[in-house]
Design a protein around this ligand. Sequence first.
Ligand code: SAH
Ligand code: DHB
Ligand code: MG
Length: 225
Amino acid sequence: MNDKAPAPLLHDIDDYIERLFVPRDSGFEQALREAAEAGLPAIQVSPNQGKLLYLLAKLSGAHRVLEIGLLGGYSTMWLARAVGKSGRIVTLEIDERCVRVARKNLQRAKLLSRVEIRHGNAWVILQQMVRNGEPPFDLVFIDADKPSYSSYLDCALELTRPGSLILADNVIRNGDIALPRKGDEVVEGIKKFNKKLAANPKLEAILIPVVRQKIDGLAIARVKD
Ligand code: SAH
Ligand code: DHB
Ligand code: MG
């Protein structure tokens, strides 16, 4: 593990950006409170990252979004707001408790009609989706178990079209991915994913650092025309 702490200045900058560009929102705040009260871990995307997901979805004109890893529905709410009334988010979650909390949060935010929650193991559901010829998604956001990221990418490539975006959270892990020695299964899973993303000739991609408690990152890839 990398025990270097992120510079405090980065947090000050992140707070500054949040204060200016991500106004406080009672819908989001209540969703986070409910998730915490239900005992879910606070591992959702940061507010600034949520805004970035929202903007990427809007900039790409995404209408049909696939999310892998729902938790309490925080990132889902950002994406659901971005796709508008006629958009649709399909989100996959293995943990029934998360499904319950997220459904309540989305209902309260009046976003549940845009969101289809599929409860189960993402890998199983994704293979079914590929087999069943699910129509392509405009944007896929990968954010579930890290050792499976590389398999999720394979499915995402089957479930998208030229011009679609493939995004993934947690691709920097406080810089552990840049250490030369072998990491744990999470770090190794992410390293494998990042290499695959970079090397795939069908994709154009980049990783951007994201300030969280520790530094993490978002992968942004576009399926080539
Ligand atoms: N996208 C959320 C955070 C997701 S955290 C947000 O930013 O708000 C990761 C989630 O993936 C957890 O809720 C976990 O239960 C779920 N998960 C882990 N393994 C999974 C699997 N194999 N299939 C589906 N969901 C899984
Ligand atoms: C953690 C953070 C995440 O964003 C996630 O999807 C899974 C785990 C974590 O920090 O443990
Ligand atoms: Mg994550």
